[in-house]
Design a protein around this ligand. Sequence first.
Ligand SMILES: [Zn+2]
Length: 143
Amino acid sequence: MMFTVGVVLVAAAVVLFILQPLVKGIHASLERDDDELTETEARKRVALLALRDVEYDFLAGKLDEDDYRSLKSELTAEALAALEADEAAKAGGAGDEALEAEIARLREGLNTGTPCPACAYANADGSRFCSACGHAFAAAVAG
Ligand SMILES: [Zn+2]
């Protein structure tokens, strides 16, 4: 009995040591409201919690070592990918906004712009020349 408890304690200590940075990450994530979680943060949290569950299941004897190893490597890879995606999303936040503004501008041009008779590029209303091919608009020139 003492032997079993000792083994579990040592295993738990090792797991805690290995997971320490990840567990801190989970707590950091949990401090925020769910509503504030971005998609990448949610993905990161799910991956980390799944990884923790695998550790618990293994310690509880619900997983054999082969399953544990394959699940753990799978989930660790996912957690790392999620962490990187989250970092990239935070670093590239401004870039996303610029991209969305560009997409919105392009959509607006498609809906309201003047399509070029030569190449069909959607130019802004009032353009005298096509921005894409340089074709002169007859209506604009006449007006
Ligand atoms: Zn054109």
